[in-house]
Design a protein around this ligand. Structure first.
Ligand SMILES: NC(=O)c1ccc[n+]([C@@H]2O[C@H](COP(=O)([O-])OP(=O)(O)OC[C@H]3O[C@@H](n4cnc5c(N)ncnc54)[C@H](OP(=O)(O)O)[C@@H]3O)[C@@H](O)[C@H]2O)c1
Length: 489
């Protein structure tokens, strides 16, 4: 392993150890800083992740104010929550409507005197699967970025001073990562300016989103070097992430007793209306990290920025930083071939009744392979197989496919390549068998030196040849092929 890789690995492991410790915070009795007097506001809480964040916060004993832009829907949601035995309050709030925000702030001041926690959850996205329309770009940017900003600006003055400090949590997305390997702004100078706290400013963020919206209007955005997936949504969340870091910097000098901690996190790909219920984790799971961030005790907040693989977040913990960006996993933290996965597959809305509903479902499934599973070589094989077969599958076939898509790498990789024997439930799955047959056939025809033996360093990846990296790749988890094309055939 090269020195750099080793250092990265060490850093990651150290971080994970820290995280394991931090995960116990704040739920142990002596860390618990909140009470029923602690007031938390959740935006867009009438459904989805926001609803679940509100439910979990109330479950921890806080007073939760559920807000909804449509008050009657909000009241219905509150009734559903009250059946759980906790007390909630509800108020109308449209994060794009200045009057609605002012009325809410006045109400809060009069009824509660202020708040301790703000969860900016309300958001919109109008694309599914591979769709990448910018028809609603302005609404997306306005709601996700400017709406979040409106709320932060309006609520900071009513955040109660306290020894435990106040907190803001922004529900963001990994699609808005500035320096992700894929789906990022192409302009390296702009990325650097947005990353560097010395050059980051509200004007810069506003200018960036305005320039995108202007290009949308001029119909030139496609050559503008913007993120390629869910472009409008990615730009909006990128702005949220950058703004979170900026506000964190501005707030960090506040005196003890008046501190406000701000974080953002990605809940993962979640089964909510936003994804057409096609995500791979439940709103309960998606809410968990947000709730954890909202309840972190201040001793855990260290002021560094972190980008975490949230699979570990959930298994061992999350992170505790004043300017944390937490990314939950897109797959994998739900146990691999558990009953959960099976019920996920069954609860996936499988409407095959019309051409349009089929198109949306297939689009979503193909998308989930290539995007959420990470573009690994095997995912390409799987993706190609699915593209060829999905259109002729019946409902049972689709269910079998969804089960396979729920399997976690690297297990799936090892099973498909015959490195390990899969559990019976997997080997009996017709989609798995078909894809495995294809992989093994191609592997058998490939040159022996292109294959890794279990426990041995892997051979070079095809892209390393393309990049001209002439060094052996080691590390048992990676399974790379020199001759990807032969596998894809
Ligand atoms: N689902 C995912 O896979 C995923 C992944 C990453 C990040 N996220 C983020 O998680 C958050 C919650 O998403 P979700 O999946 O729970 O979506 P959802 O079920 O569509 O819920 C979105 C919520 O936001 C509300 N909202 C939209 N515009 C609003 C406005 N102007 N004022 C007030 N409320 C408004 C909606 O209210 P109405 O009911 O009135 O429309 C709804 O309550 C969003 O910020 C989203 O970007 C979701």
């Amino acid at each position: 392993m090269s020195g750099k890789k080793e250092r990265n690995k060490e850093r990651r492991e150290k971080r994970l150890q820290e995280i394991s410790l931090l995960r116990t915070i704040p739920y142990s009795d002596h860390q618990r800083w909140w009470s029923q007097e602690t007031v938390a506001v959740v935006t867009g809480a009438n459904r989805g992740i926001g609803f679940e964040i509100a439910r979990q916060l109330a479950g921890h004993g806080l007073t939760v104010i559920l807000t909804s832009r449509n008050i009657s829907v909000g009241i219905e949601a509150t009734k559903a929550l009250q059946e759980g035995g906790f007390s909630y309050d509800v108020h109308q709030l449209d994060i794009l409507d200045g009057e609605s925000i002012s009325a809410f702030v006045e109400w809060i001041k009069q009824k509660y005197g202020g708040i301790d926690i703000l969860v900016n959850n309300a958001g919109v996205n109008f694309n599914l699967g591979f769709d990448n329309s910018v028809e609603f770009a302005r609404q997306v940017v306005d709601t996700n970025y400017y709406g979040t900003k409106n709320m932060i600006k309006a609520m900071i003055p009513v955040m109660k001073p306290s020894a435990a400090s106040a907190r803001i949590v922004n529900v963001s997305s990994r699609l808005g990562r500035l320096n992700g390997r894929r789906n990022r702004i192409q302009d390296a100078t702009l990325r650097e300016k947005l990353t560097n706290l010395e050059t980051l400013s509200e004007e810069l963020i506003d200018k960036t989103v305005s320039s995108f919206l202007q290009q949308v209007e001029d119909e030139t955005w496609q050559s503008g070097g913007w993120p390629q997936t869910f472009t409008d949504y990615s730009v909006s969340k990128l702005a949220v992430n950058a703004y979170t870091r900026l506000v964190a910097k501005e707030l960090c000098d506040r005196p003890q007793g008046e501190k406000i901690y701000i974080n953002c996190y990605c809940p993962g790909w979640v089964k909510t209306a936003m994804t057409g219920w096609a995500g791979n984790i439940s709103p309960e799971v998606a809410a968990d990290t947000g709730v954890w961030l909202a309840l972190l005790s201040d001793q855990a907040i260290t002021g560094k920025r972190a980008l975490l693989n949230a699979q570990r977040l959930v298994k061992s913990s999350t992170i505790a930083n004043r300017t944390t960006t937490i990314f939950r996993p897109q797959y994998g933290w739900v146990s691999r071939f558990s009953s959960t996965n099976i019920s996920n597959a069954q609860s996936l809305e499988m409407d095959l009744s019309t051409e349009e509903s089929k198109r949306r479902l297939f689009n979503m499934l193909i998308f989930s392979i290539s995007f959420w599973r990470g573009f690994l070589e095997l995912d390409l094989v799987l993706g190609k197989w699915v593209e060829e077969h999905i259109y002729s599958m019946d409902e049972n076939g689709i269910k079998a496919l969804v089960h396979v898509l729920d399997l976690e790498n690297p297990d799936l990789r090892r099973w498909l390549t015959g490195q390990e024997r899969p559990p019976e439930a997997v080997s009996g799955n017709p989609v798995f068998s078909a894809v495995q047959g294809k992989v093994l056939k191609n592997l058998n025809h490939s040159a022996p030196e292109t294959r890794a033996t279990p426990g041995q360093p892997c051979v070079r990846g095809w892209d390393d040849f393309q990049k001209g990296h002439d060094v052996p790749i080691t590390g048992g988890e990676k399974f790379l092929w020199r001759n990807l094309n032969s596998i894809l055939e």
